[in-house]
Design a protein around this ligand. Sequence first.
Ligand code: G3P
Length: 217
Amino acid sequence: MKFFIDTANLEQIKEAEALGVLDGVTTNPSLMAKEGIKGEKAVLQHYVDICNIVDGPVSAEVLGTDFDTIVKEGEALAKLHKNIVVKVPMIKEGIKAIKYFTDKGIKTNCTLVFSAGQALLAAKAGATMVSPFIGRVDDSNWDGVQLIEQIVQVYDNYGFATEILAASIRNPLHIVRCAEAGADIATCPLSSIEGLFKHPLTDIGLAKFLEDAKKMG
Ligand code: G3P
């Protein structure tokens, strides 16, 4: 399972990269705005800065909602760095654009996916990755991990190559349950990745080993 970090915060990206288990980065307009990134030039530079920290796929989201604008923005983003993956919303014009990008060899991440039917459309258009938002599904009183299981089954039935990128992860258990379900990638806040370290028996066991080590002279 690949681990991506879901943030536009350069310090957190560096911290996750230093752990040695990071495979890529996802961003979205909300995460970019949270970092105070404003204006086209600054936004594009920020993506380049992220690509210079992590040697793996970096999702950069288009803001347009019509085919021509999505294509224009996506082509400009793809030119920034070889690792850029163009993130496109799950709408009709987005699916048309994903098919266009697929034919041009530009990698895509179909975002804002909340159903297996949407994931099926993304795969048929040739999306490199599909992003089901499991935390937001949970928020709406459905089971986000069940959605991952359903998409895994649909993709396995037909051998689709689209990678399932579990997004809107809120805690370490989400990561583990997505791994059990067979998600290819989990994109997570740093806190959820760090949460995987935690077990009280590890802390108790280490304290005891260190105490006994003192007796070794
Ligand atoms: O990857 C999508 C993610 O950024 C959305 O997360 O917590 O806003 O639902 P959240």
